[in-house]
Design a protein around this ligand. Structure first.
Ligand code: PAF
Length: 281
């Protein structure tokens, strides 16, 4: 495995491999890797000849400077994990390498990017699309892997690929959870022991709501989740929306569409956690 920091070096190595007919898998990350990332990487390794993992905390997708400053940076540990997974290249560029000048491109995919995270984190998806599109242009991957935990991000990236257009195949991978149910996230490392216990109510509530949904209307289920989180110790609900999994627009009844997903964002102290659950697929 090689650690590469410049676009030029990565491009020249990948060009040689591409000319030999090798397939290239890309796993974009912001580092602070955990088993959720490892599952994406292992899948990429199994499905491609060459795998590039980018490890770059992208400043343009943070609308909160404090959040950017606190984002964990663990390149050395990340490289150890990636080596064990069989990765070919870790691409860990500087901010100047990716943004030698401010990126003035705008990406807008309404109605996908105006709801949920798009509403609460203005500019976030524009920043995600800026960096992911640059990575696609640099790496020219055959396939790129993203986790379903960031459900809205995955839908927006699929739309960007369709509209741009890029020829990459987007592979969505299921959420990886701790054995007690908490969705893996780089932000979990910022939870205190007490908050770690409190955060468990998020996944527990979502799982319970799947059973609850079988005998209740959609709005009763929404209320059940909202009330459960609002009354749970140490948690503050930002939003819970039950949406069509393709359009990300709120649905009012279970019969409105074939693909129904509940997306939630909750603050545990100052740690912002997201999760989702499929009610119908
Ligand atoms: O999901 C993430 O970690 C980031 O949003 C991504 C896709 C690596 C872009 O910075």
């Amino acid at each position: 495995m090689e650690l590469i920091q410049t676009i030029q070096e990565l491009r020249s190595k990948l060009n040689l491999l591409r000319n030999e007919g090798k397939t290239i898998g890309l796993v974009p990350t912001m580092g602070a890797l955990h088993d959720g990332h490892a599952s994406l990487v292992k899948r990429a390794v199994a499905e491609n000849d060459v795998v590039v993992v980018s490890d770059f905390v992208n400043p343009t997708q943070f609308n909160d400077k404090n959040d950017l400053a606190k984002y964990p940076r663990t390149l050395e540990a990340d490289c150890e994990l990636l080596k064990k997974c069989g990765v070919t290249y870790v691409f860990a560029p500087s901010v100047e390498e990716i943004y030698p000048e401010p990126d003035t491109r705008t990406f807008s995919y309404p109605p996908l990017d105006v709801v949920m995270e798009g509403k609460y984190r203005p500019g976030h998806f524009n920043g995600v699309c800026q960096v992911v599109s640059k990575l696609f242009l640099i790496v020219e991957p055959t396939r790129a892997y993203f986790g379903e935990k960031d459900f809205q991000q995955l839908a927006i990236i699929r739309e960007m690929v369709r509209k741009y257009p890029f020829s990459v195949e987007i592979v969505g991978c299921p959420i990886v959870r701790e054995s007690d149910g908490l969705a893996l996230s780089s932000r979990n490392t910022r939870l205190s022991a007490e908050q770690r216990v409190q955060a468990l109510s998020i996944s527990k509530t979502l799982f319970t709501s799947v059973d609850y949904a079988k005998a209740h209307t959609l709005s009763e289920t929404k209320e059940f989740v909202e009330k459960s989180i609002e009354t749970a110790a140490g948690l503050r609900l930002e939003y819970f929306e039950i949406v069509d999994g393709n359009t990300l627009q709120a649905v009012n009844t279970w019969d409105e569409t074939e693909y129904v997903v509940g997306c939630i964002t909750v603050f545990c102290g100052d740690v912002r956690l997201i999760d989702n659950i499929k009610y119908k697929e």
